[in-house]
Ligand binder design. Structure first.
Ligand code: HMG
Ligand code: MG
Length: 285
């Protein structure tokens, strides 16, 4: 059976959106349960400014307390050299990590999320990427707003392809394509992928769909048709908008698993453990 790799980003992308502070022990319990599911990638936190995202300020404590599963890769977001230094100070020897750097396809989102232009964000990643390569730490690149930006509106597919090429000129890292605000539709995803596949092979791409518009599963099917075999999801559909209680967040891992199973894909993930983790995750919202 063809294999699809799922990255559960719930503990980071999901919990960064929760208004209330989630205790470290609760985060660790969720991550450790996910670690028993067969997932190979879990994104557990970020080394961004704690003033910007206080929900992720405890990532060093989370890293110190998880029961790391051999062979599982734990992902963290790093926006700049300061974040890289904090990651290096927190990392636990013997644990496999992935550092995710992130940029936007739109100037409006770059300004709002990183306080700089797209070009400046790529420039400040150069030393981070070099340091990760020197330290032998796996890298991943995120591109946000691949079809729509909350500030700049619809994004041209060519703009995404251009940013992808710039990121991969730093290092040949796999990329995750973010429908940050969950507005993408299958037709727009297809057009965006047609452009990016001109510059990046499908096996280097992941789809990162938020389910705000209820189109995430349809968008994943479109991406599967285009040859993508990696997707980001959040257990229990964690995330969403702090100003809209109950609004869907990242596409739920359990829903993606069901879709993939029905379509004949192998993931190596036990749906029963994910169902248990989804109950835990939903209790955090
Ligand atoms: P800034 O305010 O422009 O930073 O923020 P600065 O360089 O001017 O520094 C200001 C202060 O922050 C200084 O401290 C720095 O030391 C400190 P002070 O002198 O005032 O005491 N600082 C840091 N502290 C801790 N860790 C750091 C760090 N860097 C600077 N790494 C910055 C620039 C990039 C830091 C800020 O904009 C930031 O943290 N942004 C991150 C926002 C974020 O985490 N967003 C969510 C993740 S992206 C996402 O969710 C999308 C994704 O899911 C995909 C999708 O859905 O599209 C990935
Ligand atoms: Mg996201």
């Amino acid at each position: 059976m063809p294999f699809v790799r799922l990255h559960d980003v719930g503990p980071r992308d999901g919990l960064q959106n929760e208004k209330r502070v989630i205790p470290v022990a609760a985060k660790v319990a969720l991550i450790d349960l996910l670690g028993r599911s067969g997932l190979r990638d879990i994104e557990i936190g970020s080394f961004v400014s704690p003033k910007w995202v206080p929900q992720m300020a405890d990532t060093p404590q989370v890293m110190a307390q998880i029961a790391a599963v051999p062979g599982l890769r734990y992902g963290v977001l790093v926006p700049n050299l300061r974040g890289w230094e904090r990651f290096m100070a927190a990392r636990v020897p013997g644990v496999c990590y992935e550092v995710a750097v992130f940029v936007a396809a739109s100037e409006g989102f770059s300004r709002s999320n990183l306080n700089c232009t797209v070009a400046e964000s790529i420039a400040q990643l150069r030393p981070v990427v070099a340091a990760a390569q020197a330290a032998g730490v796996a890298l991943r690149g995120y591109i946000s707003c691949v079809t729509d930006c909350p500030f700049d509106g619809p994004i041209a597919p060519e703009a995404v392809a251009k940013v992808a090429a710039l990121l991969r000129a730093l290092a040949p890292m796999p990329l995750s394509l973010g429908d940050t605000i969950g507005k993408a539709t299958p037709a727009r995803v297809a057009a965006m992928l047609d452009a990016i596949l001109q510059v990046v092979p499908a096996d280097q791409l992941a789809g990162h769909f938020h389910d705000t518009g209820g189109q995430a599963l349809a968008n994943i099917e479109t991406a599967l048709d285009k040859g993508l075999r990696a997707f980001d999801s959040a257990v229990g559909g964690l995330g969403g908008c702090p100003y809209a209680p109950g609004a869907p967040g990242n596409v739920a891992t359990e829903k993606v698993l069901a879709l993939l199973q029905g379509a004949g894909f192998e993931t190596g993930i036990d749906p029963a453990v994910i169902a248990e983790a989804a109950i835990l995750a939903r209790g955090m919202r």
